[in-house]
Design a protein around this ligand. Structure first.
Ligand code: SF4
Length: 354
């Protein structure tokens, strides 16, 4: 019944998605997800973006037990990057053909809205066509609280200073019962959704994410996807969904990483269930290049970023690299066509370095 719905292009319910995730064979899930990918991307193009992650501060008072990256306020390893260093990183990104940075950091109690306004406007002055994909929804909530202004005002001022789009980080699992057990002081599920809804209302686009394979149940994962699909029905503002597995190394939470099969099953079900989100992105950063490439047979149509720099996943001891020629080769090996894109998923052309 569910497979007939998928074949016919009908929407499946959360209950049906859970049955697929729990009971369907991996190979059948791959066939279903691949069918949906082909239907949405008829020309066989797989996209990627040349950009860089810049983590402007690691000081954070959210205390997420799954995070190996942060340092609590006052810790001697805490940092705030000097603006000159951020500019240098951006200049290096331009040299490699990219004009976007993904700028994210901890919830640093010393950084208020004026810090971001000064930083963004200075970066935009120096690099007028820079695309600032910056600040997760929980960072926006944090800035609104420490600056004592509304969320709408926070977003308005950030946009006026140069913010172009919001990354989907900080969603983890949006079910609050799970969040309460994972983090002490971070935005709730509804706050995460509200920030994205407000951003979409102002015309800004964002991405949606899910970090899974820790303490959540499979039903929690489906409930998370349902919340994303419902919001997308209302706004249409998400450009892509990105899922990855919890990396336990060096974290307080610890435990085992989810298996490759579990990652692929979840991504395939997400592809089928999220019928209103056009793009599904691989997470080769957490899964490694081979599994990242394999996910192209499980509904994925985007290889994400060349990620010239990455600090958060590597803090957990997981270090994977894929430069542009390696991404291009992986896509071609899968019998698909690699193409560069921007954050809006507009195609920019053939690879620069193949
Ligand atoms: S995941 Fe983000 S919010 Fe949570 S502790 Fe790490 S840096 Fe802070």
């Amino acid at each position: 019944m569910t497979s007939r719905k998928v074949l016919g292009g009908e929407r499946i319910s959360p209950e049906e998605a859970l049955i697929l995730l729990e009971s369907e064979s991996l190979s059948t899930l791959g066939v279903m997800a691949d069918l949906v990918r082909r239907r949405l991307h008829t020309d066989g193009v797989v996209t990627y973006i040349i950009d860089r992650n810049v983590n402007y501060t690691n000081v954070c008072n959210a205390f997420c037990s799954f995070c190996a990256f942060y340092r609590q306020p006052g810790h001697d390893e805490g940092y705030v990057l000097p603006v000159e260093e951020i500019e240098k990183k951006i200049a290096e990104t331009y040299e490699l053909g990219g004009n976007q940075i993904l700028l994210q950091g901890g919830h640093n109690p010393k950084l208020k809205i004026e810090y971001y306004e000064d930083l963004f406007s200075r970066l935009k002055q120096r690099f007028p066509d820079l695309w600032l994909h910056a600040l997760s929804a929980p960072e926006v909530i944090h800035i609104h609280k420490v600056s004592r202004i509304t969320v709408a005002e926070t977003l308005r001022r950030l946009c006026a200073a140069g913010l172009d789009s919001l990354p989907g980080g900080g969603a983890e699992i949006l079910v609050d019962d799970v969040r309460k057990r994972l983090m002490k002081n971070k935005a709730s599920g509804s706050e995460w959704l509200d920030v994205h809804e407000e951003a979409h209302r102002t015309g800004m686009r964002s991405t949606a994410t899910m970090m899974f394979g820790h303490i959540e149940s499979r039903a929690d994962r489906i409930e998370h996807l349902r919340m994303l699909r419902d919001l997308q029905d209302r706004t249409g503002g998400f450009t892509a969904f990105i899922g990855w597995t919890f990396q336990p190394g060096n974290t307080e939470l610890g435990g085992q990483e989810a298996t490759t099969a579990e990652y692929l099953r979840t991504m395939a079900v997400a592809r089928v269930f999220l019928d209103n989100i056009r793009n599904i992105q691989a997470s080769w950063v957490t899964q490694g290049p081979k599994v990242g490439a394999a996910s192209l047979a499980f509904g994925v149509n985007d290889m994400g970023s060349t990620m010239i720099e990455e600090n958060v996943v590597s803090a957990a001891g997981t270090v994977n690299h894929m430069n542009e020629p390696e991404i291009v080769a992986a896509v071609k090996d899968a019998g698909l066509i690699p193409m560069r894109r921007n954050m809006l998923y507009e195609r920019l052309g053939a690879p620069l370095h193949a």
